[in-house]
Design a protein around this ligand. Structure first.
Ligand code: DQA
Length: 151
């Protein structure tokens, strides 16, 4: 069974560090990637960490994940609130999905309160800052071990 987790990031997350730091913090996307790699190593996982500003590219990456990865951790960013296509792709590949948001979307504008992904996700983390990515990997490590034991 694969122990590699695909960590996907949607639009504008390449601007982390300079983009609305009061909301998203000062850490860059490279810092998030390093945090994921470090956490994965401690948890006996591997990560493939990616970001795109192009929805079709994200869809292609999700399609290619089927059978190759143990799970998907995704921060769909603005597409969370708009994209049925991303939700459908995540359902189609039949992998466990954890949705992560750096900010607490429920404490922000009402258009951020609805997510097309949450109802098909194993778990949702928001408001933990970039630590949410580490928490997602921790949960997956445990969840995957339980799955392996019962297989
Ligand atoms: C975000 C929250 C979204 O509403 C927003 O569009 C983002 C980032 C977050 O990580 O807090 O781009 O997903």
């Amino acid at each position: 069974m694969s122990r590699t987790v695909l960590v996907l990031n949607g639009p504008n997350l390449n601007l982390l560090g300079t983009r609305e730091p009061a909301t998203y913090g000062r850490e860059t996307l490279a810092d998030v990637s390093a945090l994921c790699s470090r956490s994965a190593a401690q948890l006996g996982l591997e990560v493939d960490f990616r970001q795109t500003n192009h929805e079709g590219e994200l869809l292609d990456w999700i399609h290619q994940a089927r059978g190759r990865y143990a799970a998907i951790v995704i921060n769909p960013a603005a597409w969370t609130h708009t994209s049925v296509a991303i939700r459908d792709a995540l359902v189609a590949v039949e992998l466990p999905v954890i949705e992560v948001h750096i900010s607490n979307v429920h404490a922000r504008e009402s258009f951020r309160h609805h997510s097309y992904v949450s109802s098909i996700a194993l778990a949702v983390l928001c408001g933990f800052g970039i630590n949410g990515y580490r928490l997602a990997l921790e949960h997956l490590a445990q969840w995957l071990s339980t799955q392996e034991q019962s297989a």
